[in-house]
Design a binder for this molecule. Structure first.
Ligand SMILES: Nc1ncnc2c1ncn2[C@@H]1O[C@H](COP(=O)(O)OP(=O)(O)OP(=O)(O)O)[C@@H](O)[C@H]1O
Ligand SMILES: [Mg+2]
Length: 247
């Protein structure tokens, strides 16, 4: 039996407050390679908290999280950052693209922020950071542009690599963000309302892309409140007050 990509056992996450917030309350979840899981639940139920834990952006207060067979809760920060960079890609509702950089440069930036252990909040770098990192991109980072171009090909944007994001459609922007998430060859794609800013036609295009990526072995976890999206997943779970239930 192969190791699951995700194995959560009795995961709790409490935030200090008066009274404490129990954002995840004994969550147990197994996700196998190539699975496509949709997570639904009301606002404030713990969906983003769960995604942050799965993405190694946050640690559970208690419980076990094995990612590709590695127990993550006892790892030091550096090892967690490395594991995140190697295994996990993130896609959010807002695309976090730098408007003054081309599509391919935006995708290239993934490797830089990943290697620096950028947290989700830093997904949008300042322009001076971006300029500094782009200017060093040619040195000692051989193949980064080629890898970015290959990722863009994979999402069907090979013809838009030199565009600025402002000239892309919403769906193309999200596909650029997905290409960025694919840099580094993750085994797990974590998405928080990835189609929340898209019309139904562009939503369809992103969902088609998810199907294709999954057919190539990627594991996809999507938080969504849209029927259209959860219908396309093979498995659905619901969180209510931090408690996860399989549908
Ligand atoms: N850093 C924090 N400190 C204290 N409470 C927090 C913190 N982060 C989240 N919470 C609380 O934990 C609960 C779950 O939050 P979470 O962001 O996971 O909800 P969600 O399901 O993603 O909601 P939404 O659909 O609105 O995005 C909420 O009650 C929230 O107020
Ligand atoms: Mg949320």
């Amino acid at each position: 039996m192969p190791e699951p990509v995700i194995s959560l056992t009795d995961v709790r996450r409490e935030f200090p407050a008066q009274p404490p917030v129990r954002a995840l309350d004994g969550v147990t979840l197994r996700v196998d390679r190539g699975d496509y899981l949709a997570i639904a639940g009301p606002s404030g139920s713990g969906k983003s908290t769960l995604l942050n834990v799965l993405g190694l952006l946050d640690r559970p207060s208690s419980g076990s999280y094995r990612l590709d067979g590695t127990e993550t809760t006892t790892l030091r920060d550096g090892a967690r950052t490395r594991l995140r960079g190697e295994r996990i890609g993130f896609v959010f509702q807002s695309f976090h693209l730098l408007s003054h950089r081309s599509v391919v440069e935006n995708v290239m930036l993934a490797e830089i922020y990943r290697s620096r252990g950028a947290r989700r909040e830093r997904a949008q770098p300042t322009s001076s950071e971006a300029a500094a990192t782009i200017s060093t991109a040619g040195q000692a980072r051989g193949g980064r542009r080629e890898r970015a171009l290959a990722a863009l090909d994979r999402v069907g944007l090979g013809h838009r690599t030199g565009f600025s994001p402002g000239r892309l459609s919403g769906g193309e922007r999200q596909r650029t963000a997905i290409a960025r998430a694919l840099m580094g060859g993750p085994s797990l794609l974590l998405c928080d309302e990835p189609t929340g800013n898209l019309d139904s036609r562009n939503t369809e295009a992103v969902l088609d892309l998810f199907d294709e990526l999954r057919a190539h072995g990627l594991t996809i976890v999507v938080i969504t409140h849209e029927h259209e999206v959860s219908e396309r997943a093979e498995r659905r779970v619901r969180i209510t007050d931090g408690v996860l239930v399989e549908e």
